[in-house]
Design a protein. Structure first.
Length: 254
């Protein structure tokens, strides 16, 4: 079914005020969709949809094409005011994604091999869970909320991660051997656990890489900066932390 065959009719070239919901409708083409939607555009679970051709160019609210069968994001909307949800498709890359997303960008559960062409700025969460990426190169320069990269079996390095995020979730990463390149400034939680088998002591690695977070979840235990500082004191003779300012902040040079 084409968009123009739904109850919305043929809206080609028009501006539609209100939410559009064509989820679970057997949509195979967006032909007939409006040029602009002042509201949300919901198109979830249309397994016959392979392309974003004829998609609205601008959507003020959320754009949701989860669980379709998209091969590419090209010809999709260039301006999305809300969340941009493209998880559970058949994507191998992110070419065609908008440059800026004000809310959440979710490309999880795709066979993406690179984050090249990802948005440069994401206002809220960035989700790239369970993909085929090997590094975080191409990640947004800024992420205002949580950076989710857990469950990536092929991820070998955090290289390319933003320098600062709200939270950073790094679990289920069997090929990660170091927290090098992980964000150094985390406003909330840094989460890691024993599903990173190549890092014997995650707390030690946090200290070594000078990762500053408000809270740390290591394994099933939550700890805060005070407890990490105590561990830093224990390790001060063998960590070789290079930043004098960092050591002074922690009171390790006293």
């Amino acid at each position: 079914m084409k968009f123009k065959d739904t109850s919305y009719g043929d809206l080609t070239g028009q501006t539609y005020k209100g939410d559009i919901d064509i989820s679970y409708k057997g949509i195979t083409s967006l032909e007939g969709a409006p040029d602009k939607v002042i509201g949300n555009f919901e198109c979830e679970s249309n397994g016959g949809l392979h392309s974003l051709e004829f998609s609205p160019s601008e959507i003020t609210g959320q754009f949701n094409v989860e669980s379709c069968n998209l091969k590419s994001l090209e010809k999709g909307p260039k301006i999305v005011g809300g969340d941009y949800i493209v998880k559970k498709n058949a994507l191998t890359g992110l070419k065609g994604a908008p440059t800026t997303i004000n809310e959440t960008f979710d490309c999880s559960f795709n066979r993406i091999t690179s984050l090249k062409d990802a948005p440069k700025s994401v206002g809220y969460n960035f989700n790239c869970v369970d993909t085929d990426i090997k590094t975080l190169e191409g990640s947004p320069a800024t992420v205002g909320g949580v950076f989710y990269c857990y469950g990536n079996d092929e991820l070998e390095s955090f290289k390319g991660a933003p320098a600062k995020v709200g939270d950073f979730w790094a679990t289920g990463l069997p090929k990660i051997k170091s927290f090098e390149y992980a964000p150094k400034e985390i406003d909330g939680y840094f989460r890691c656990d024993d599903s990173i088998p190549n890092i014997e002591d995650p707390t030690n690695e946090i200290i070594k890489q000078q990762i500053m977070a408000k809270y740390y979840i290591v394994g099933n235990s939550r700890t805060d900066f005070v407890n990490i500082k105590y561990r830093m004191t224990q390790y001060k003779n063998n960590l070789g932390v290079k930043s004098k300012g960092f050591r002074t902040l922690l009171g390790l040079d006293k």
